[in-house]
Design a protein around this ligand. Structure first.
Ligand SMILES: C[S@@+](CC[C@H](N)C(=O)[O-])C[C@H]1O[C@@H](n2cnc3c(N)ncnc32)[C@H](O)[C@@H]1O
Length: 442
């Protein structure tokens, strides 16, 4: 963790002014800027702290957009923080549940807290780390309704949620929290000084602390790594896997009043949310698509078995959020498709439908052949293919190695020959290994 001393020089009025007066950070000119500022009489510690913050603000733009230019950051805090567009979606869920006050227990630099405060909710942002809490205090300064507390989540909960010095019984807690319009948000730290942690009981605070809070009935959302094994996901929450621009970023477990219900009133248990924007301001809507089901994991796969012609028409590669949420069969059903195999996350439809779906990438199948490197090599030669994208599922193929095997060898020192590009998908249908030459849709 960054030491509180590292931030001190920029927390003085002059240091803060210096930081905000710096041009956008540029590695190439940072040494010259450092020398110039010291020549102007600035002390080395202030210059170093200001330049470090300036670099972190530049790096933070990808997550926080223009907000980054006003924030106080630490390297660890930035690495662990939620992208603002994703935080905005968390905040919207609290607002839709009509909660007025959210306690963010482990607020980090305050990305989630910022999004909650931006939507007009009162926020109590708690962090166990002194430097991080100081940074969150600065970042939340524009919101008078946001308060930062330097404490552990456990101590805070003990004091504010448990009048009898222990987390109160489910019944009394429920009515108490309803009255207060209070919800909880947690984003436990999932790495220690050395490495990433995988056991949810090693997270800080641990998952059992979170589920104990949730068992009181309080509306609660907790962000976890998307790779959490399905068997560790509690059965009484909505687990929402989220991807941003094709990258799986998190799973959020929503408990109690924050769990959504489907049209029949049944609580949603698994959901996939696919976001397709860069940074957007809190409150704005990133382009998104969702798929949700009230079914638990392990509901028997609903398969439309494919015959030998199963690999035809349009092949769909679901977004990682759909795959991780175990919703491939549901998406396939929704699009009127046929799964190739119970364990392979591809399915086919006869036509692209109207406008496709943001939940999967579609490929028009142009040609299908039995898979062998020799056969593909021949096909590439016949079609003058000089570059190829290889995708695969359910077959033991290393695309980089296969590419070398099937493309014509270029004699050393010779420029790349002019040729065509192809996309090839290799998969399994029953016992057959097949290669499909495809064209990405739109
Ligand atoms: C993953 S970060 C939170 C990031 C935050 N949601 C954001 O988007 O900026 C986790 C934070 O929890 C804090 N933390 C770890 N253990 C804690 C505990 N027991 N109580 C309170 N905060 C804790 C860490 O200091 C860290 O800042």
């Amino acid at each position: 963790m960054a030491s509180p001393d590292a931030l001190k020089p920029v927390l003085t009025p002059r240091g803060w002014e210096l930081l905000n007066s710096l041009p956008e950070y540029d590695s190439a000119s940072s040494a010259a800027l450092n020398a110039q500022l010291r020549k102007e009489g600035w002390d080395p510690a202030t210059v170093a702290a200001a330049l470090t913050q300036s670099r972190l603000r530049r790096d933070a733009q990808a997550k926080f957009g223009e907000f980054a230019s006003r924030m106080l950051l630490t390297p660890e805090g930035l690495q662990q923080s939620t992208r603002l567009a994703v935080a905005a979606r968390h905040a919207r869920r609290f607002r839709q549940a009509r909660l007025e006050h959210v306690a963010d227990l482990g607020c980090g630099l305050g990305a989630d807290a910022l999004a909650l405060a931006s939507l007009g909710m009162r926020v109590t942002a708690v962090d166990a780390d002194e430097t991080t809490a100081a940074a969150a205090h600065i970042n939340l300064h524009p919101f008078p309704e946001a308060q930062v507390v330097h404490s552990t989540a456990q101590e805070w909960a003990e004091e504010y949620l448990a009048p009898d010095s222990h987390i109160v019984s489910a019944h009394s807690a429920e009515s108490r929290f309803k009255d207060a319009g209070l919800g909880l948000w947690l984003d436990p730290a999932r790495r220690n000084q050395r490495s990433r942690l995988w056991d949810p009981e090693e997270f800080s605070p641990p998952l059992s602390f979170v589920t104990e809070l949730a068992s009181t009935g309080i509306p609660l959302g907790v962000k976890l790594g998307p790779g959490i094994p399905h068997e560790l996901v509690p059965t009484d929450c909505e687990a929402e896997w989220v991807s941003m621009d094709g990258e799986l970023v998190e799973v959020v477990l929503w408990f109690n009043a924050l769990t959504r219900r489907n049209a029949d009133g049944a609580p949603v248990r698994r959901a996939a949310t696919v976001l397709r924007t860069g940074v957007s301001a809190p409150g704005s809507t990133p382009a998104s698509a969702e798929l949700a089901t009230p079914s638990d994991f392990g509901d028997g796969a609903r398969l439309t078995a494919s015959g030998p012609d199963g690999l035809s028409g349009i092949l769909w590669e679901p977004d990682p959020a759909v795959i991780r949420a175990g919703l491939v069969a549901e998406l396939c059903e929704q699009l009127g498709g046929r799964l190739l195999d119970e364990r392979i996350a591809y399915f086919c439809t006869d036509s692209p439908g109207s406008g496709g779906t943001p939940l999967a990438r579609g490929y028009r199948i142009l040609e299908v052949m039995g898979f062998s490197a020799k056969r593909l090599k021949q096909w590439c030669a016949e079609h003058e293919i000089t570059s190829v994208e290889i995708k695969k599922r359910g077959v033991d193929v290393v695309p980089e190695q296969l590419r070398k095997q099937i493309l014509p060898k270029r004699p050393k020192g010779q420029p790349k020959a002019a040729g065509h590009h192809a996309t090839v998908i290799i998969t399994r249908l029953g016992d057959d290994r097949l290669a499909a030459v495809v064209q990405p849709l739109g």
